[in-house]
Design a protein around this ligand. Structure first.
Ligand SMILES: Cc1cc2nc3c(=O)[nH]c(=O)nc-3n(C[C@H](O)[C@H](O)[C@H](O)COP(=O)(O)O)c2cc1C
Length: 399
């Protein structure tokens, strides 16, 4: 068994798998079920003073969509889209704080780190919520600068509306930092030009860590009715979003020395490994848990352990950032030798799919054989060949 313990912002977690702030952490009973799975931590549903965001929780609508963006009924594919709307915690802060305190006590007993989450509407309300949250005894808290829905609700100044305003974000973080003493983690929105810039601003304002990244805003159409799916715009994400998330995790990891919690796109243990190798210390899971049930968290923890064992890693912490550190810049890549397609004539059936997909016109047929001319090494032909008859050789990629 590998050692799964990690340290995030000075707090020891028994493993890096965390239930993200959402409906599975929106009341005591649900959070109790998360704790039973053995998760390293959970982030409570965001406490807010926004009446509009409390009300939105009562108009909640969610759909799993398949690869054609049709609503799933029963079978949910691996690369599903999770599409929908919900608000923040519906109960007033002081009410919600009672449940959070209770679950924090259970978390302390069971070794599950309870992480607070707040979403204010003014600098003063962020500070007020932070104090209420700190009084519950949570070990750290997220500031939700990423919720996608306020952007669609005129006058609702929280979530990503905050996360898109660097000056306001800086001011909020600075004020909260002065008001509370536990670590504060800023959950950012991907809907900015440069997430690194925003992460830098909140770090300079006193944030201890960032959570990368919340969901996007989407809009999907039912062509049969000519109407939007579930009436209008909605939050959108799912496992297909993983590369977009990992891109920001690896950039922030390489450019700033600030701990990262990863969210948006993990499906299973292998994804958790990828998030960590890109630079995340903890990995939060939400929409896959909502599809598969709480036990998915236990399965993921077990899968992480198995992966580490089978790959010779004794400690989970050892994989954090290893892929980010070995990533080359585009300039460095330009210095490397080019790859070249190599055809296995025994397997080739002369179907010409490789020729159709060679946009450098490097492939031709001569004497009933595919001949490789001036190959630029792009690798498309090796992907489209149905017989596996093409391999790329001579360069550093080899995959
Ligand atoms: C139903 C639902 C409710 C959510 N509520 C919150 C919330 O209250 N606060 C928050 O910070 N993020 C919220 N999120 C975002 C999740 O915490 C998570 O970051 C996001 O779903 C991406 O992770 P995933 O790919 O595992 O689903 C919510 C997401 C969903 C799907």
């Amino acid at each position: 068994m590998a050692n799964l313990e990690i340290n995030f912002c000075g707090v020891d977690f028994k493993n890096p798998v965390v239930a993200a702030s959402a409906e599975p952490t929106a009341n005591y009973k649900n959070m109790e079920r998360v704790i039973e799975t053995g998760a390293g931590g959970l982030v409570v549903k965001t406490m807010t003073d926004s009446e509009a965001m409390m009300k939105l929780s009562h108009q909640t609508r969610w759909r799993y969509l398949d690869e054609k963006h049709q609503v799933c009924h029963g079978k949910i594919p691996r690369l599903f889209t999770f599409y929908g709307r919900t608000g923040l915690e519906e109960r007033p802060p002081n009410e919600w704080a009672k449940d959070v305190t209770k679950i924090r006590k259970l978390g302390d007993k069971e070794g599950c780190i309870i992480i607070g989450s707040i979403g204010g509407t003014t600098v003063e309300s962020w500070v007020n919520l932070a104090r209420i949250m700190e009084d519950t005894g949570v070990r750290m808290m997220e500031l939700n600068f990423g919720c996608p829905h306020p952007s669609q609700m005129e006058g609702t100044k929280t979530g990503m509306v905050t996360g898109q305003d660097k000056l306001l974000g800086y001011e909020i973080v600075k004020s909260v930092r002065e008001a509370v003493s536990i670590p504060i983690i800023i959950k950012l929105t991907p809907q900015v030009v440069d997430v690194v810039e925003m992460a830098k601003a909140v770090h300079e304002a006193g944030a201890d860590a960032v959570t990368l990244i919340n969901r996007f805003v989407g809009f999907l159409v039912n062509p049969e009715t000519g109407k939007p799916i579930i009436l209008g715009a909605a939050g959108v994400g799912g496992p297909w979003v993983k590369p977009l998330t990992l891109r920001w995790i690896y950039e922030v990891y390489n450019k700033l020395s600030i701990p990262i919690s990863g969210t948006n796109g993990p499906y299973d243990a292998k994804d958790v490994v990828e998030f960590m190798m890109a630079g995340a210390t903890t990995v939060q899971m939400c929409s896959v848990v909502m599809a598969k049930g709480y036990r998915w968290l236990s399965k993921t923890i077990k899968g992480l352990d198995d992966f580490l064992d089978s790959h010779g890693y004794s400690f989970a912490k050892d994989i954090i950032g290893i892929a980010a550190k070995s990533a080359l810049t585009y300039a460095q890549m330009a210095e490397l030798p080019k790859e070249r397609a190599k055809i296995n004539e025994d397997l080739c059936t002369l179907c010409k799919k490789c020729i159709n997909s060679c946009f450098y016109n490097a492939l031709s047929i001569e004497d009933d054989k595919i001949v490789v001319g001036d190959c630029w090494g792009c690798g498309i032909c090796s992907c489209v060949c149905p017989e596996g008859a093409i391999r790329m050789e001579g360069g550093p990629v080899n995959e």
